[in-house]
Write a protein that binds this ligand. Structure first.
Ligand code: NAD
Ligand code: MG
Length: 390
């Protein structure tokens, strides 16, 4: 990254969430390597106000418009500019005082700011995997015409990026993405069918936002990560496999032509992959707890059970069918995931909702940005209709 300053100026989208707050931890421990130009959140206005008073950005944005007044009143005495609404997030990433954008909002909301950031030549620390799920081909096309680079925050993709350093891309045989298996890994199918949101929100290893925690329980998160890896590393879908590793110590692996397998190990803590992305592949200091090898009694690996967790098969399906398929899947999932959290549908209805609406949204082989916005809108509408019919 070319920056005339000694420090990198960040826009953090989703600053009050799990990734957002951990990004601010990394900034705080970086010894002044980063400055915050923009902080943006969805609805947690009180948290955003505290963060803004502490980190003194030029601009603080709240996506929910009805909270604009509260934000402005609280931050104007500090001389901090404020704005509201999704378009304010999308505009803020192009500001002259932003070198890198951290995309840590949830779901489809990550797409437009990322597109704008790429068009403005800003580097991106990408946590919002849904951006690559819904628009991987489009994002890669835009990257080819831009100086912008994407640094993955997702722990699996950070691990793969670390394993690929110094390697010839031609020598990669396959990517092995590890999965914890989620809270229902050892549950029988009958018990999973009765699972509540409270059960699904108890992730065994990782502390994350609610939406991704439910996606981990269905294992759709792993399908999304296979799609994400395909677009980030240019590896064919049939050469990306997922393996269940309940201890979450090996964050992912790369197997090379000669049979060698490289892995990245660490405690399940997102500070390290966030710091690796902010450093554009250079290592910052350690703020995660260090992994003590003497504490690891066993590391096990097993095949994912596609009967109990069929959502994992949607990666292969979406990449083979191509076009706007994964955008349809994502839109349906966002509605079904939220409906499950709100107790409106059962756990297995999430997958049923997705597969039931795939064919009801028009297939577009080479979707433009407008096509994807329309696909997302239709998928959400069809998913809501399906859920009402249950
Ligand atoms: P979270 O729910 O904890 O936080 C989300 C943040 O985004 C909050 O600040 C919220 O206010 C904001 N937000 C949500 N919707 C928004 C909208 N429409 N417009 C503007 N702001 C909005 O979520 P999280 O767990 O931090 O996940 C963020 C992203 O990172 C997701 O795409 C997730 O898949 C990805 N990710 C998270 C983890 C993790 O450990 N949490 C790991 C890998 C990838
Ligand atoms: Mg992950």
């Amino acid at each position: 990254m070319d920056t005339p300053n000694k420090f990198t100026r960040l826009a953090i989208l989703g600053s009050t969430g799990s990734i957002g707050t951990q990004t601010l931890d990394v900034v705080e421990h970086s010894g002044g390597q980063y400055r915050i130009s923009v902080l943006a959140a969805g609805s947690r206005v009180d948290d955003l106000i505290s963060q803004a008073i502490k980190f003194k950005p030029q601009l603080a944005i709240i996506a929910r418009r009805d909270l604009a007044g509260i934000l402005a009143d609280a931050l104007s005495p500090y001389g901090i500019e404020t704005a509201s609404g999704p378009e304010a997030l999308a505009e803020a990433v192009t500001r002259e005082d932003v070198d890198m954008v951290v995309t840590a909002t949830v779901g489809f909301s990550g797409l437009l700011p990322t597109v704008n950031a790429i068009m403005a030549g800003k580097d991106i620390a990408l946590a919002n995997k849904e951006t690559l799920v819904v628009a991987g081909s489009l994002i890669n096309r835009l990257l080819k015409q831009s100086s912008s680079r994407i640094y993955p925050v997702d722990s699996e993709h950070s691990a793969i990026a670390q394993c690929l350093v110094g390697e010839d891309p031609e020598s990669v045989h396959r990517l092995i993405i590890t999965a914890s298996g989620g809270p229902f890994r050892s549950w029988p199918a009958r018990r999973i069918a009765e699972a509540t949101a409270k059960d699904a929100l108890k992730h065994p290893n990782w502390s994350m936002g609610a939406k991704i925690t439910i996606d981990s329980a269905t294992m759709l998160n792993k399908a999304f990560e296979i799609i994400e890896a395909h677009y980030l590393f240019g590896i064919a879908p049939e050469r990306i496999r997922a393996v269940v590793h309940p201890q979450s110590i090996v964050h992912s692996m790369v197997e090379f032509k000669d049979g060698a397998i490289k892995a990245q190990l660490g405690v399940p803590d997102m500070h390290l992959p966030i710091a690796y992305a902010l450093g554009c592949g250079k290592r910052l200091g350690c703020i995660s707890p260090r992994l003590k090898l003497s504490d690891i009694y066993t590391m096990t690996f097993e095949e994912p059970d596609i009967k109990r967790f069929p959502a994992i098969t949607l990666a292969q399906y979406a990449l083979e069918r191509g076009g706007n398929t994964s955008c349809i899947i994502n839109g349906a999932n966002e509605i079904a995931n939220a409906a499950f959290i709100n107790g409106k549908i059962g756990f297995n209805d999430i997958y049923k909702c997705i597969v039931n609406i795939i064919d009801s949204v028009e297939f577009v082989e080479h979707p433009t940005l407008e096509d994807l916005l329309e696909t997302d809108r239709k998928a959400r509408h069809k998913a809501s209709e399906y859920i009402s019919s249950l």
